[in-house]
Write a protein that binds this ligand. Sequence first.
Ligand code: FAD
Length: 286
Amino acid sequence: MKKNKVELSKITTYRFGGECKSFYSINSPNQIEEVLSQSINDEIFVLGKGSNIAFSDDDYPGTIVKNEIEFIKLIDDKGSINVGAGTYLPDLSRFLYEQELTGGEFLLGIPGTVGGAIKMNAGCYGYEIGNYVTSVICYDLKLKKVIELQSDKIRFKYRESSNLENLIILSAKLKFDFSEKQVIKKIMSEMNDLRKKSQPSAIYNAGSVFKNPEGHYAAELIEKAGLKGYEIDKVSVSLKHANFFVAKKGASAKSLFKLVQHVKNIVEDKYGVQLKEEIIFIGKFS
Ligand SMILES: Cc1cc2nc3c(=O)[nH]c(=O)nc-3n(C[C@H](O)[C@H](O)[C@H](O)COP(=O)(O)OP(=O)(O)OC[C@H]3O[C@@H](n4cnc5c(N)ncnc54)[C@H](O)[C@@H]3O)c2cc1C
């Protein structure tokens, strides 16, 4: 198992971050104990595709484990599957389509891994991954062993989960219903069209910046506050979707952080609503 030096800006969708000197990519659960034996005193951060993360511009001092455990297997003929936590969500969505299983169409447009999606309870258009999880197999960093956690112990909420702290998700069992391929394909293409119409593409971002506060849409509040297009040093509120903040090449994470604080302040002053981040800032920002 080799420790690597990695520029974090090369491996996240926002392209932010300094260098991590203790970076491991794992493609098998057996490799975890080897990583831990080499980084005994380090705090471990688990990374998927980095599509919901903004690393600070500084170097990262701890150990990062990138989960690349990728596989998808049918468990039975009733729609249950076992999937590696490093599996790319669009690949899972396409696999489900091939197997005539419905429920995973929304995953086609989310550029993360199964592990990241479970941790974040990723979702859109009324779907959430937590509704399909039956159990997760994890490495427990405190107990130092592999455990299986049933879904009723995870407590999925809107864009978050609890009880997964200090766990590296290795794989998950999910259950879907059967449908016809043409029905599944139609849902996939409708969701794809919706995304294309409403969201910026091919620009550095990490999806929705804020969660929708109860009774509101974050994008609507930001737009009403007149902030669409507002820019701080190469990071701006998208003109297409006000809850996407897009970065230009060479932008810094500090600019994104400043923009997020600015938007939060203005929305709170104008509407008395406190926006909470969905994206995760890692490292020092002040
Ligand atoms: C263009 C775009 C569109 C998006 N659209 C959506 C959307 O519609 N809905 C939505 O919910 N999100 C969306 N996102 C955000 C993001 O893709 C999801 O949150 C995704 O699930 C994150 O997965 P990841 O593998 O990239 O996780 P990362 O960003 O790498 O990590 C996210 C969190 O999960 C943890 N984590 C990752 N892997 C593991 C693991 N194996 N074990 C334990 N913890 C782990 C990390 O430590 C971190 O806390 C979008 C992002 C982009 C760039």
